[in-house]
Design a protein around this ligand. Structure first.
Ligand code: AGP
Length: 623
């Protein structure tokens, strides 16, 4: 997820672009840049300044290379293709055209190959630079920038929010939107205090709220030409259209959360997009990780997953998925325990570090130790070029975008998507010794891939039940303890649900394998100990039901997460949160979303600091 800003008017653009980028830094902060047109008698030129690192580095670079131009675009980057370097920073430039982009161009490799053949030279590893060359090429046959952008986006697949300026078109900014947010800020003299007409474009209102509260939302497929007179918009069918203008009433802080009360709630709701972006980044047709050669375990090798906290819960799911799909032995270790237990690593083992931040000290130390002992290493990270990503070399990035809330939500579900994809990829490369015939295995993988593709809409339907989950949360917010039970893939989900609750609400919560209840924990059950049970359809469902009956017969109150259509569960549980049916191997992703919302609403009810809970840090960079 990146941040985009654009300005065209009579004020000096640089300070306005920098102010907007600073507001958008929560969307991405590994590099930034601006391109501003400077008007000279002979012809406009482009003043482009870019810097790796935070916005502050760009501010310094612009101080050293100032410009008074009044027409420009800016970008703060969350790297998806290519590391966070100055060369990869936006805007990208080609023959007088500058482009900033938020999204992923799925077919960028094919377009790059064609443009190289057409004589274009590439200076970055990004998918965005392809767009700059496409538009430069289209301008050879289209006089209007609007049409050149239309012709270019018609060749692209994936997601984009684009802002384009061109030295040959110094009176306009052209923008395009498809599956990535972008809005236009119209002249608002009351808010800005400036009577002379001007126009803004931004990824979200937080970037421009000090200058306009009058915004116009673009639809997917729209291309718009912005001038100081306003916006001319064409839709996906190239028809001229008008779009809804609205008045923003939020304050600046609310705007960064896009109207959500907390970043955690916003990030829970970003999961459909985060999962879509993770899939887009790694699946091309039926090909998973095409052109990637991750290390493979030897025929007698193992996969060892190393992680902490929520990422460790994802790794527990990863173990089950890898063993069930690829039939490769997999182990999971708490990173903080791994290197102190004198682990045995055999030749042919591979170690995978799972980490949102890529900076967790325990996980960094564990993966370093695994490599020292001879394991080949790989990581699953959300932050590009983070320490763990750089250490392992081979990385599967989750494209969740920056996760601001300390409690991890979209990083967790995108880790599960990455682990599911890795398990399918590995299954296709290791000899299956479980006697399953090739055809059956391929059929199962195709079914899994189809369900993975449907995940964003499945999760959207789960999020529609937020009010019902909030009502349930209100009934349990004042308890002192809560137990979470699950079996199989539901067990890590139980652990994760309990962690979410305890870390943001300060209520004690414990996750347990439901089959373990009779070995001790059932002594805890009475009316003061509510129990959340992950009872979705799948292997072990009947057993979970009998565990649930054990709890009920001892007076325990039960909240069940179950599959839509399950009529039996309603007789047994006091409250049921239904989720859509899905491939059993993907249930953890779907079942964890209601538990995130349950924890969030209980914490909100208890008035804790949801985004920055006491005693916690977003990235634990100390042991
Ligand atoms: C998640 O809600 C927690 N904040 C915490 O357990 C976190 O998952 C853990 O510290 C690992 O962080 P990482 O994924 O960045 O390595």
């Amino acid at each position: 997820m990146c941040g985009i800003i654009g300005y065209l008017g009579t004020r000096t653009a640089a300070p306005l672009l920098l102010e907007g980028l600073a507001k958008l830094e929560y969307r991405g902060y590994d590099s930034a840049g601006v391109a501003i047109l400077e008007r000279h008698d002979e012809a406009p030129t482009t003043h482009r300044v870019r810097a790796a690192g935070k916005i502050a580095h760009l501010v310094t670079a612009l101080e050293a290379s100032p410009t008074n131009g009044t027409h420009g675009i800016g970008h703060t980057r969350w790297a998806t293709h290519g590391g966070p370097t100055q060369d990869n920073a936006h805007p990208h430039f080609s023959e007088g055209v500058s482009v900033v982009h938020n999204g992923i161009i799925e077919n960028h490799a094919a377009l790059r190959a064609r443009l190289l053949e057409d004589g274009f030279e590439f200076k970055s590893e990004t998918d965005t630079e392809v767009i700059a060359h496409l538009i430069a090429q289209a301008l050879k046959s289209h006089s209007r920038l609007h049409e050149a952008v239309q012709a270019s986006v018609a060749q692209m697949q994936g997601a984009w929010a684009l802002c384009v300026i061109s030295e040959r078109h110094p009176e306009e900014i052209v923008v395009a939107r498809h599956a990535s947010p972008l809005l236009i800020g119209l002249h608002d003299a009351e808010t800005s205090g400036h009577a002379t007409p001007e126009v803004f474009v931004a990824s979200d209102v937080s970037a421009i709220l000090n200058h306009t509260r009058s915004v116009l939302d673009l639809n997917d497929g729209d291309v718009a030409t912005l001038t100081i007179k306003g916006a001319k918009i064409t839709d996906v069918d190239l028809r001229q259209v008008t779009r809804r203008t609205r008045r923003i009433t939020w304050n600046a802080v609310a705007a960064e959360k896009q109207g959500y009360k907390h970043f955690m709630l916003k990030e829970i709701h970003e999961q459909p997009k985060a999962i879509r972006d993770t899939i887009l980044g790694h699946v091309d047709g039926d090909n998973i990780f095409s052109k990637r050669n991750f290390p493979l375990p030897s025929p007698h090798g193992r996969v060892i997953l190393l992680a902490c906290g929520t990422s460790w819960h994802a790794a527990l799911c990863g173990k089950i998925l890898i063993e069930q799909l690829a039939r490769v032995p997999a182990e999971v270790d708490l990173a903080s325990e791994f290197r102190y237990r004198q682990p045995v690593i055999r030749e042919g083992d591979i170690a995978i570090a799972v980490s949102q931040s890529g900076e967790t000290a325990d996980t960094l130390a564990a993966i370093r130790e695994a490599g020292r002992l001879g394991a080949k290493t790989l990581s699953i990270c959300n932050v590009v070029d983070s320490s763990i990503a750089r250490m392992t070399g081979d990385v599967i990035y989750t494209h969740a975008g920056p996760e601001i809330s300390v409690a991890s939500t979209k990083a967790f579900t995108t880790q599960l998507v990455a682990l599911s994809l890795f398990s399918v990829w590995l299954a296709g490369r290791t000899s299956s010794d479980n006697g399953e015939d090739e055809g059956a295995r391929d059929e199962r993988e195709r079914a899994l891939l189809t369900t993975i593709r449907n995940l964003p809409s499945t999760i959207e339907s789960v999020l529609e039940h937020r009010e019902r989950i909030q009502r349930i949360a209100r009934r349990y917010a004042q308890y002192r303890d809560m137990l979470y039970l699950g079996r199989g893939l539901g067990y890590p989900v139980a652990l994760e649900g309990a962690l979410k609750l305890k870390e943001i609400s300060y209520m004690h919560a414990e996750g347990y394998a439901s089959g373990e209840m009779k070995h001790g924990p059932i002594a805890l059950i009475d009316e003061t100990m509510p129990v959340v049970v992950i009872a979705t359809e799948g292997p072990g469902y009947e057993k979970v039901i009998s565990n649930l009956e054990e709890v009920r017969s001892r007076g325990g109150r039960v909240i069940a997460v179950a599959t839509m259509g399950d009529t039996q569960i309603e007789q047994l549980a006091e409250d049921v949160i239904f989720v859509p049916p899905a491939h059993p191997m993907l249930q953890p992703i779907i079942a964890s979303v209601p538990l995130q919302l349950l924890a969030y609403y209980i914490a909100d009810q208890r008035g804790t600091d949801v985004d920055q809970p006491r005693n916690l840090a977003k990235s634990v960079t100390v042991e």
